[in-house]
Design a protein around this ligand. Structure first.
Ligand code: GLY
Ligand code: MN
Ligand code: MN
Length: 338
């Protein structure tokens, strides 16, 4: 598969022979600039962000290597959890397996056992493990030559409610179905909406809700179970730049009102690397209005309460869009690691 050559970013403006060719980017005083330099010209910033949306073969290779190394850490985390490790010990097992120190990870690893898995950016590491842990969510990456992996896995222990295990499988299944749709021309906002339809169907199938899937999406109930976006652009930054600007123009492409957390609102194109990270959480603060409101009969609250100390589920892969569809960098790809 050959990636498209880097596209014209629009900088410097065509035909404008008087355009300044020296620019300085940074948080600087204008008085400290060299003569003739422009400080943070907006058109240049937009063009650079645009360039970073598209990864060439070298960048794709770096992201692939980062993914392969992070996966070793996820295996080690799973194994440590299986023998009763605490959150801190799982973190240490992850760092050891990925051969990185804490200051090198691209973002602070999220390692949540039981109800901690329901805190989206949980940032503590309990030193003691619970006696009968039920679940583990690990959102952790690796950085290779500055390029980040951003991978999440969720596991159930032998103490987990069977419904929780079924929900993990359900989310994993529709995560793969969503990935199978990735191709040039796909509207990411539409794919995010598709995630909510899959989530609603899973809630119906598992009898967690007794209204139709359409009504669950329409009423906002699925957004209470998954308040974050389907994914984002990935590169040098974990939440990479350019995800909310119109191709080539830099005009803002804001998320829909009902999905303010969605970080990628563009139409996919060859060379974009995105995360696909559907979730399903029991977050009491978000579900409470539904428990008190018009949907109170629509939810099996006893089952929700049983799931609460399992926290939540997120499954996240990193995928590059190619001319003929996509390659999942997390599940293995056609290029060698080294
Ligand atoms: N690890 C941050 C995220 O998944 O967006
Ligand atoms: Mn992510
Ligand atoms: Mn993540």
């Amino acid at each position: 598969m050959t990636l498209q050559p880097l596209r014209d970013t629009g900088w410097p403006p065509k035909g404008d022979v008087t355009a300044r060719r020296l620019a300085v980017i940074g948080d600087l005083e204008a008085s400290s600039l060299p003569a003739g330099a422009e400080l943070n010209p907006p058109a240049l910033l937009v063009a650079l962000d645009e360039l970073r949306m598209y990864k060439d073969d070298y960048e794709r290779h770096c992201l692939f290597v980062a993914n392969q190394r992070a996966l070793r850490g996820h295996d080690a985390a799973r194994d440590a959890f299986a023998v009763g490790a605490s959150e801190l010990d799982i973190q240490l097992a992850y760092l050891a397996a990925t051969r990185q120190r804490e200051s090198q990870v691209p973002y602070q690893n999220i390692i949540g056992i039981d109800h901690h898995a329901g805190t989206l950016h949980y940032q503590h590491y309990d030193v003691e493990a619970p006696g009968t842990p039920k679940s583990l969510l690990v959102d952790a990456g690796h950085s290779h030559a500055g390029y980040a992996a951003d991978i999440t896995r969720t596991w159930a222990s032998v103490h987990a409610d069977p419904l929780f295990e079924r929900l993990i499988q359900g989310v994993a299944d529709y995560q793969q179905r969503l990935i199978s749709r990735l191709a040039p021309g796909l509207d990411f906002v539409e794919l995010h909406r598709e995630m909510h339809r899959h989530l609603a169907e899973l809630l119906v199938e598992t009898r967690l809700i007794s209204i139709s899937a359409e009504a669950a999406v329409e009423s906002g109930l699925t957004r209470a179970f998954c308040p974050h976006g389907l994914g984002h652009s990935l590169g040098i930054q974990v939440h990479d730049v350019g995800g909310r600007q119109r191709d080539g123009q830099g005009t803002p492409l804001p998320p829909p009102t009902e999905d303010p957390a969605l970080r990628l609102t563009r139409t996919l194109d060859v060379g974009m690397v995105v995360t696909i990270e559907p979730g399903l959480y029991v977050i009491p603060m978000l579900l409470e209005p539904f428990r008190q409101g018009a949907q109170r009969e629509a939810v099996d609250w006893a089952a929700v309460d049983r799931l609460q100390d399992h926290g939540g589920i997120r499954i996240e892969d990193n995928v590059i869009v190619t001319a003929d569809g996509h390659d999942n960098l997390t599940q293995g790809g056609p290029i060698a690691e080294d």
